[in-house]
Ligand binder design. Sequence first.
Ligand code: DGY
Length: 429
Amino acid sequence: EEELRDQAIEVLDANWERDHSVPSRALYPHQWSWDSAFTAIGLAHHRPERAWRDLRSLFSAQWYDGRVPHIVFDPDVSERDYFPGPAFWDAPASPGRLGGLTTGIVQPPVHPVAAREIFLNCLDRDAARLELEWLYPRLVKQQTYLCEGRDVGGDGLVSIVHPWESGLDNSPCWDGALEAVPVDLSLLRRHRRQDTKRAVHAHRPTDTDYARYILLAANYRDGGYLDEGLIEHHPFIVECPSFNSIMALAELALADIAEAIGIDAAPHRDKAEHITKVLVERLFSPETGMFHPRDVRTGELSTARCVGGLVPLILPGLPEAQRLSLLEVGRSVGFGLNREIPLPSYDRTAPDFDRLRYWRGPVWINVNWLIWQGLRSHGHEREAADLRAAMLGIIRRGGCHEYFDPVDGTGIGAVAFSWTAALALDLMA
Ligand code: DGY
């Protein structure tokens, strides 16, 4: 493990930039919201001051309405190095951050979970408490924005307005809802993709998907990033099981943080319980035995069997019937918990399973890490130990890549990817 530890530390050091980490120097040269949270979990074992700094700098770019933008742009990186850059997003500048340029969409709120992990792993508890005191009101503000501003369906779940907000960008679970989004390939002539210049095209979302991503981002931008009336003028509004599970887990983490700094934790626990209950009522499918996104515009559940539908396992309050059902799906041939390779992002037996294309098959370490945490919280020690071994094995063999081929374990996507390195450190701690 010593060699892997050194390798992971090298990646984290190389991806540290002034006051934040970048996910990858080549492909993602700015600061990403949920990447910073996962990366901070690993930094806590290596450079705890950087773990706090990463979260602090991200939350310094929080908007007045509480949203935390999915990317904070580095003013020193050229507009040519990443698309869509600040000129495209044209978002109001965040006053708290150098440059202050951001996108206007969000990502899953993993940050309270990260803050709790860093706190638990810190030797200097007093200094860590000061960090928590700074972060807590900002973390709460993010939750409030998501719960209130984004409850488009009115049922207590958060809606996302762009697949990028889920972090599971081109997962097959968005295919149904994306049908309603026109494909305008001329957008790709007006705006040049940069990702496919830096990574293999077949490993990235297709041009059809990308044209839809641009249209959706432009539509939300042109509505001033306002959430009122979205249902009438935005073609993609979806309740994502993974995003909403992370919302509930964030409330549980906030409860622990509140306790650590002497604040009443009960409201957070109540919120977590409520989200869990609605999640089960609205997004669980007895037919497939797992969770699926709901298209708020049509009321329909996606039928695709994607790893995001297993993420509710992270919730300690998940009812027993759903817990057992997710375990069964997890153990099935489609996902293969207990195998040498961690869970793929999409059911291996699906006819359109694609072992190379981003979230349509490949193994991602962050969702596997979340599910590993869930297995442990439910006392499934054997499955958790197998999954941990599978994750460390694939990283040891393939390197700290962005994602992995679920058939032979080859590392694909960006090399030297921060959250893979960070979570490997956490798994070895
Ligand atoms: C990308 O650049 O592909 C990201 O996933 C969008 O956040």
